[in-house]
Design a protein around this ligand. Structure first.
Ligand SMILES: NC(=O)c1ccc[n+]([C@@H]2O[C@H](COP(=O)([O-])OP(=O)(O)OC[C@H]3O[C@@H](n4cnc5c(N)ncnc54)[C@H](OP(=O)(O)O)[C@@H]3O)[C@@H](O)[C@H]2O)c1
Length: 326
């Protein structure tokens, strides 16, 4: 497994991060533990979760993914072996102060996450998405206090626009507060534009790390979706709503051709393409089983040719669409 430094920090994270949004929702506790074992065994040292995972499953609730991970960490005694990332922002209950990025909620939510994860510290604490109701200075000051206490090592911003990132860096700078060291956007062959057009220049200029999510478009870029038939997946309807576009089906057709030339699978090529983007420190892979994970890990060994990359870039190009819309 290769490790990369997260942005300008000294933190080394594996080239794949393990996503855990499926734990407690699609994958039960026992199978989640098997998945976590398989990831650690393969050399993945970084685990991404969130306090609200996975509140949308039948019989699930916010915090269940963290509980499952906490149980695994305790059972296996592996806290020192892993880099643990969790997030705050989403609604943990109907109470008005049980959501957002206020000082009150951050402090409360953080204690909850520590308890469920059964740990004394979180390596990367993410703002899951922006909170327009709270001044950035309040949020960043709360995070700075957590970092100074030693319980958080780094902070990051997920689902923020380039303007919000730049504003936050300015607020940190002028107030002497800790800054977001990394961002977590959606990024895949089917979702390139926002990242490449708006976020990339900011990442390059300010040296931010990137752990991007949904590299397989929630399963769409595995080739198992067709216009008239959905796969047997609890996420199929959401994936359909987000990704069913003619252009995305053309991307899958090209992925299929490139995969055949490499004797590889479609998801392996989709992941290998993300890995060619050096600006991404590590994509967060979502796998529902050790088998899916094993298949996806082989992407790390694939070498796409310039011709493969050009073909994939061309079929997923957004610059031309932008020009046409001008
Ligand atoms: N910050 C945020 O707002 C945010 C948002 C979303 C996700 N995330 C993080 O990113 C992680 C990954 O996101 P994601 O789950 O959307 O990633 P993804 O890689 O785009 O999709 C993963 C899904 O694809 C399917 N899949 C994966 N490997 C496969 C294979 N080899 N063959 C066939 N199907 C396969 C599985 O679904 P099925 O088998 O059910 O089809 C799996 O749940 C999450 O767990 C979470 O940690 C963060």
């Amino acid at each position: 497994m290769m490790f990369k430094k997260l942005g300008q920090t000294g933190l080394k994270i594996s080239r794949f991060v393990l996503g855990t949004m499926q734990m407690g929702w699609i994958v039960n506790e026992e199978d989640s533990h098997k998945l976590l074992d398989a990831a650690l065994e393969a050399g993945i040292n970084t685990i991404d979760t969130a306090d609200i995972y996975s509140k949308w499953g039948d019989g699930s609730y916010p915090g269940k993914s963290e509980e499952i991970i906490g149980g695994w960490i305790t059972d296996r005694g592996v806290r020192e072996d892993i880099v643990l990332a969790t997030k705050v922002r989403g609604d943990m209950s109907d109470r008005p102060n049980d959501a957002g990025l206020s000082r009150r909620h951050i402090m409360n939510a953080f204690e909850g996450s520590l308890g469920r994860l059964n740990t004394e510290w979180v390596d990367i604490y993410w703002s899951h998405w922006p909170d327009q109701d709270t001044p950035m200075e309040e949020t960043l000051r709360a995070y700075t206090n957590l970092i100074e206490s030693g319980a958080v090592h780094y902070i990051g911003a997920s689902n923020h626009t380039a303007a919000e990132i730049v504003e936050s860096l300015w607020v940190s700078d002028v107030n002497g507060l800790e800054r977001y060291e990394a961002i977590q956007p959606s990024y895949s062959l089917a979702r390139r534009r926002d990242f490449e057009k708006h976020l990339r220049p900011v990442i390059e200029k300010y040296g931010l790390g990137v752990t991007s999510y949904s590299p397989l478009g929630g399963g769409f870029l595995t080739g198992k979706y067709s216009k008239d038939k959905l796969p047997d997946s609890k996420r199929a309807d959401t994936t359909k709503t987000r990704y069913f576009k003619d252009r995305n089906f053309r991307i899958v057709d090209t992925l299929k051709e490139v995969a055949a030339a490499h004797d590889a699978s479609i998801p392996q090529i989709a992941l290998a393409w993300v890995l060619t983007q050096n600006i991404v420190t590590a994509p967060i892979v979502g796998a529902n089983s050790p088998e899916q994970l094993a298949e996806n890990l082989k992407a790390l060994e694939l070498k796409l040719t310039d011709d493969d990359i050009n073909r994939l870039n061309e079929v997923s190009d957004w610059v031309e669409m932008d020009d046409l819309a001008r």
